[in-house]
Write a protein that binds this ligand. Structure first.
Ligand code: MG
Length: 165
């Protein structure tokens, strides 16, 4: 079976704000990400992981943050465009495993909703998606609430048959 794995990472600085876009949901919060796009660090990491599995560059190449036309761009749109590229080439999702590192708010109660959002965006079942959340235990820029980070790994397989995975 033809399979490909991809790794994704992203981080954004935080500033005073009213909400966080994270994993396709909007979370009311007293800080927000500084970004050229809508700043969804998890969707950016997932997008990069898919591009990595395809060996087709990175998110900055496809959606340059130096382009005024990309300002405020929806991270969902970027992920959907990259996922369409993958599925058009015959790739299907086996699983996606994500970790978000954020000091506040605690994401525990929101993980299920984020998981369902990611599944919906990728046309997958929630069972194929894992969302884990950690704090930095007060250490470093994430611990000081100056930044948020996301990491993920995606596994794709080629084929049109129904996957039981
Ligand atoms: Mg980003």
């Amino acid at each position: 079976m033809d399979m490909r794995v991809g790794i994704g990472h992203d981080s954004h600085r935080l500033t005073i704000g009213s909400h966080l876009n994270l994993g396709g949901i909007t979370i009311p919060h007293d800080r927000t990400t500084i970004a050229h796009s809508d700043g969804d660090v998890l969707l950016h990491a997932v997008t990069d992981a898919i591009l990595g599995a395809l060996a087709q560059g990175d998110i900055g190449e496809h959606f340059p943050d130096t382009e005024p036309a990309e300002a405020g761009r929806s991270s969902r749109e970027m992920l959907l465009a990259v996922w369409k590229r993958a599925t058009d080439q015959g790739w299907r999702l086996v699983n996606l495993d994500c970790t978000v590192i954020l000091e506040r708010p605690r994401l525990g109660p929101l993980k299920a909703e984020i998981r369902e959002q990611l599944a919906a965006l990728l046309g997958a079942k929630p069972e194929q998606i894992s969302v884990k959340a950690k704090t930095a235990e007060g250490v470093g820029p994430v611990g000081r609430e100056e930044a948020v980070e996301a990491h993920c790994v995606v596994l794709l397989r080629k084929g049109t048959d129904v996957c039981d995975c």
